[in-house]
Ligand binder design. Sequence first.
Ligand SMILES: Nc1nc2c(ncn2[C@@H]2O[C@H](COP(=O)(O)OP(=O)(O)OP(=O)(O)O)[C@@H](O)[C@H]2O)c(=O)[nH]1
Ligand SMILES: [Mg+2]
Length: 446
Amino acid sequence: MFSSLRDKLKGFFGTKEEPKEEKKAKKAAKKEKPTKSKKSKPVKVSKSKQVEQKPAVSKSKPDKAASEESPLEQELEEVEKTLKKTQATSEDKSHLPDLKQEQSGFLAKLFKKTQAEERQKISIEEEKTKPEEEKIEQEESEEEIIKHEEKPKSFLSRFTSKLTTTTLKKEHVDEIFEPLEIILLENNVNLSTVDKIKENLEKDLVGIEVKKDKIEETILQSLKSSIESVLIEPPSLIELIRQKNKTGNIYTIVFFGINGSGKTTSIAKLAHKLQKSGIKPLLAAADTFRAASIEQLKTHGERLGVQVIAHDYGSDPAAVAFDAKSYAEKHNLNCVLIDTAGRMYTKSNLMKEMEKIIRVSKPDLKIFVAESITGNDATQQASMFNEAIGIDGIILTKADVDEKGGAALSVSQVTGKPIFFLGMGQKYDDLKEFKKSDIMKNLGLD
Ligand SMILES: Nc1nc2c(ncn2[C@@H]2O[C@H](COP(=O)(O)OP(=O)(O)OP(=O)(O)O)[C@@H](O)[C@H]2O)c(=O)[nH]1
Ligand SMILES: [Mg+2]
């Protein structure tokens, strides 16, 4: 959005050819050696140079004299300068490719200060290598530019600069947490998870004595660990299956969730993953309710080369699950994946049906499948299904289209059960193992 606005403005000012040169010169004026050749370029923001620059702008609009330049044009000229400065600043950031990449998550803004400090450190090092007179000259030329530059400050640095004591109190934690709470809630982290994170933070911080120069670092570390502690690292499913197979038994997984959450697709993706690990899966079409559900599973089976056990529509899904298990045992298969019809936890007859499927198939793992994009709804569903029939793990689908990602924090915190996989698209390979470290990275907190 901002880049297209910038492009529009660039076009408006007719600066397509010029920016590269000017950017370089401005960058030089700001952070490189102020050489003589640099002085000849109209890059300084001192008043006399500004006057030199104006005719250049009015040249591109020959119908207007420089003196007649309207306030709007002057304003636009200012905007152009600001944009060029921004571009020059973003060039500076190229020193930090990794940092830039990591700033993607909704908690990334906590690190703004760190990034700014890193940049500052680099320019301090550059500064050390310059002769004294050049520094003085540069300081003068930078004076105006600096006036317009806003030093990025994280909320943590604003807080710590006010701090007069080195013993942290509850009020301090409240103040630290206030902006963070808003970020978390805005990104679909549910309230009880937000409270849990705050509770962890309080436990960690209240009453501790910290050196003043270590306060920010201490708070950030505590934030990371309090968020990390609400995430649960899942065991390796492949390993669980192999362990069970070693005892001569097949491993059974039943999948459930509300309508359209991605159960059937996730089953197909998992079957593909198991095949790649040398595990032989079997699919059970225990959704005998929704039109075309059996064909849907059979199509996946054909594409993947995996057998599917199916009965007629309207038949007992528990019987399908039972037959599938018997078939797998007889045919030396390793793992049965049971697809079930979508259901709401409020429909008691459908929940009873689910209980029967579980009673009969005796699964090793009951996987609840929810859409990541539904955020707090996914968390509530997980909690209700967990109460009603008990869940062992979660698959969060459609994470590829979820810009917020809060459900990944809340679902396992609320149920106490791990997320095994994230659905990342509609291809068979789009099933990603859930890793705490990936989530921390996505949040900008690794
Ligand atoms: N973008 C994206 N789409 C997905 C993902 N998982 C599933 N889908 C799509 O979501 C839709 C529903 O998927 P299904 O697997 O049929 O969902 P279901 O839970 O089995 O649906 P019911 O059986 O009707 O309850 C399909 O169009 C899938 O392609 C995912 O991880 N990312
Ligand atoms: Mg389905």
